[in-house]
Design a protein around this ligand. Structure first.
Ligand code: HEM
Length: 321
């Protein structure tokens, strides 16, 4: 939310200007993510729709009203400020002046929600799975660290523009997205006309789910399908559409490039800056929990200590002061 509205809602202390507002936001996000993973029986048994089975529709309507009011208040607050800032809302409000029909408040609120839901948990989950697999495969972690040390050196931290040089790091991310796609069933689609898919007749208006998780682990499509082996991506492009963590076609994820850059940069910095170890001799648990973005069943715990580059850079920055 710092990028979106210039506010901290998850940090405690002096950076949180309004604790009540932060509490409200955290509550809204908690409820929205909870509903994101909920399945609604009424979508499969239409008769349940008119009796609002489980009260889901009523709860969602009340939550969407609170969310809408909260986001509207944020937009109004930014609009009333005398100085124009550098947040996402500021930029969209300035576009609203030149294109008022397109950048209506309703669209701005939708874009904020997109950023929050489609963009944050997905990237965080991928990072957690990548670190889990690196801790379970210390040889892969070492190879990634060696690549970073040889390509970037020990005098500076990785920057976004360096990521394209780190091919092995990117293979690790592709392999993580293959085995642990953050949206394992992509996003539900609906057939707009009668069609045939894989020999099955599908009437128009049918909900279609693509099981990317199963495609990514299909032994007919991948060698040694269930092993974590980033080397399989080292020779460049993957043929066909067998790797689809971001979907394909017109509704493919528009944040794919951003996600790949932020995940690569963050993972690269974690590897470059710290030595990582498991907290026990046993491998880190790789069971999948439930939820729309396929989290780990058990949150990752790991030990780390700063690598020499951190000491060097920290002392350098103290010297500069
Ligand atoms: C590792 C991170 C991410 C993964 C795995 C991911 C995956 C996906 C998938 C599978 C879809 C559905 C594609 C389909 O319908 O077939 C999707 C849609 C979408 N994603 Fe992402 N995403 C990620 C990060 C992001 C980020 C960072 C943003 C924006 C900041 C974003 C914005 C969106 C939006 C707006 C849609 C809906 C597109 C539409 O329906 O036309 N995603 N994403």
């Amino acid at each position: 939310m710092r990028m979106v509205a210039g506010k901290w809602y998850y940090k405690y202390g002096e950076d949180v200007k309004d604790e009540e507002e932060a509490r409200q936001f955290r509550q809204i996000i908690k409820e929205l993510t909870g509903f994101g993973g909920a399945s609604n029986p009424a979508e499969f048994v239409p008769i349940l729709q008119w009796m609002d089975y489980g009260g889901l529709e009523k709860k969602l309507k009340s939550l969407s009203k609170r969310t809408d009011e909260f986001l509207q208040a944020l937009i109004d607050e930014q609009r009333c400020k005398e100085e124009e800032g550098n947040t996402m809302i500021d930029h969209m409000l300035s576009l609203q002046k030149s294109q008022p029909d397109y950048y209506a408040d309703q669209i701005i609120k939708g874009l904020i929600l997109d950023m929050l839901f489609a963009g944050t948990d997905t990237s965080a989950v991928i990072l957690e799975w990548a670190m889990t697999n690196l801790l379970n495969h210390p040889n892969i972690l070492k190879k990634a660290r060696d690549e970073i040390d040889s390509q970037i050196g020990e005098e500076k931290l990785i920057e976004e523009s360096d990521v394209s040089k780190l091919h092995y790091l990117q293979s690790i991310i592709s392999e993580t997205l293959r085995l642990y796609p953050a949206a394992p069933l992509l996003v539900p689609h609906m057939s707009s006309v009668d069609c045939t898919i894989g020999g099955y007749d599908v009437p128009s208006g049918t909900m279609l789910l693509v099981n990317a998780w199963a495609i990514h682990r299909d032994p007919k499509v991948w060698d040694d399908a269930t092993s974590f082996r980033p080397e399989r991506f080292e020779n460049g492009e993957v043929e066909g559409h067998k790797l689809i963590p971001f979907g394909i076609g017109r509704r493919t994820c528009p944040g794919a490039g951003l996600a790949q850059r932020t995940v690569s940069l963050t993972l690269g910095l974690l590897i470059q800056s710290f030595e990582w170890e498991r907290v026990t001799i046993e491998e880190v648990d790789i069971n999948e929990g439930s939820g729309i973005t396929m989290p780990k069943a058990m949150p990752l715990e790991a030990m780390c200590k700063a690598r020499p580059i951190m000491h060097k850079l920290l002392f350098k920055s103290t010297d500069d002061v």
